[in-house]
Design a protein. Structure first.
Length: 402
């Protein structure tokens, strides 16, 4: 049977990165001794006030169709959250509620790009970006940000990547997988490129509420950027609502109108009781965000301390989020081989950093979205495995002829 060419475009090379995670999850369900550090699904339960509001709405019969763009109260709360982060004056008319940030990215791609377009993307990048851009027929163009410069964006490389076919710039800040928070100066430099070449900017800001020492700056708040920026957000990480599938696009009104037309055909609105819970998450229960951010900051520090004994591993301290990158090149193994060997030897699952792009080849990504004790045990197992690798290397060196 015949399938459309787009089914190949939406597979993406990054999809293979999740094989180790799938195996670890299967082993966990079988009761095996594994520690899953390969995915960013918060281990917290969704805060009780949010759940209570959903239950209340369900019991009140809130199970009917809702408006395609999302309820006014929720869109107002999202607009207020954006302005709290430095966005210009925006209203509910600049917001559409969608089924998670991934759906928002997919919607933006279909509304903005055509076959033959190019989208400049900061590498490393989240694994689904390639397929999300590819579904529109556009071509993804990678701009590397290397580990030797802390995975900071290279603005000159952005400029060099622009061609007459370039339609947009896409990046995440705070970044997944690196945890880098772009500074106002870095964003301003990218903004100048976008304005000079008349480009859209898609700014994935899912981790905006989970910054540690660095302050998050919203791209849409910079001069002249509100009319050309799509801001993507979500409650999955900041309020432990990954399974609720609540995300959004903040964009100029004409684009919101196009996104609404697409959502009419694709989603037909989100459940009302979930929207009520999401509104509570951004209003009455907003204080929970700060508690989760403080927890992730503490866990980051626990992970960094736990990995310090491994002389042949170098952990890169993130500025935000729930992930850190570990440079494993001193072990002499590729990151993919390291990840699988670690899993088979110690039952700890990490992701091969190469799945996020060539810039993170030689790195693995560790998620600290697990409990403190499990996190510390996972780090002990990683260090134990790294120590065995170092001992094996030393033994081989001693046995080799001079």
């Amino acid at each position: 049977m015949h399938y459309a060419p787009r089914v190949d475009r939406v597979s993406g090379e990054g999809a293979a990165a999740w094989h180790i995670h799938g195996e670890a999850q299967a082993a966990l369900r079988q009761g095996k001794d594994v520690i899953v550090m390969s995915v960013g699904d918060p281990d917290f339960a969704t805060p009780a006030p949010i759940v209570a509001r959903a239950v209340q709405a369900l019991e009140a019969g809130d199970t009917h169709y809702t408006g395609i763009e999302g309820r006014s109260a929720l869109r107002q709360a999202i607009a207020a959250e954006a302005m709290r982060c430095g966005a210009p004056a925006v209203s509910e008319h600049n917001v559409i509620v969608l089924a998670g940030a991934q759906n928002a990215l997919f919607t933006a791609s279909l509304c903005l790009f055509s076959p033959g377009d190019e989208v400049v993307v900061l590498d490393p990048m989240y694994v689904t970006y390639e397929a999300t851009i590819g579904v529109s027929g556009a071509q993804l163009v990678r701009v590397p940000s290397m580990g030797d410069r802390g995975f900071r964006p290279d603005v000159d490389a952005f400029e060099a990547a622009i061609t007459p076919r370039t339609r947009a710039i896409l990046f995440s800040t705070p970044a997944n997988p690196s945890g880098v928070v772009m500074s106002r100066e870095e964003l301003a430099s990218i903004a100048e490129i976008a304005k000079r070449h008349d480009l859209w900017v898609i700014s994935d800001e899912v981790y905006a509420a989970l910054t540690f020492e660095a302050e998050h700056c919203i791209m849409a708040g910079l001069p002249g950027m509100a009319e050309r920026t799509v801001t993507v957000g979500s409650l999955s990480k900041s309020q432990a609502m990954a399974g609720w599938r609540v995300g959004w696009m903040l964009a100029p009104e004409p684009l919101i109108g196009h996104a609404r037309n697409l959502a009419l055909c694709m989603l037909y609105g989100l459940p009302g009781f979930i929207q009520e819970a999401a509104t509570t998450a951004l209003t009455d229960a907003r204080g929970q965000i700060e508690q989760m951010r403080d927890t992730y900051r503490r866990r980051r520090d626990l992970a960094l301390d736990g990995l310090r004994p491994a002389d042949n591993l170098t952990a890169v301290s993130p500025q935000a989020g729930m992930f850190l990158l570990i440079d494993v090149r001193q072990t002499g193994m590729s990151a993919l081989d390291f990840a699988w060997a670690l899993y088979r030897a110690e039952g700890v699952s990490l992701l091969d950093g190469a799945a996020f792009g060539p810039s993170t080849a030689g790195f693995v990504r560790l998620s600290f979205a697990i409990g403190d004790e499990e996190l510390q045990e996972g780090c002990r197992r990683i260090c134990r495995f790294a120590a065995r690798l170092a001992a094996d290397q030393a033994a081989e060196k001693a046995e080799s002829p001079a």
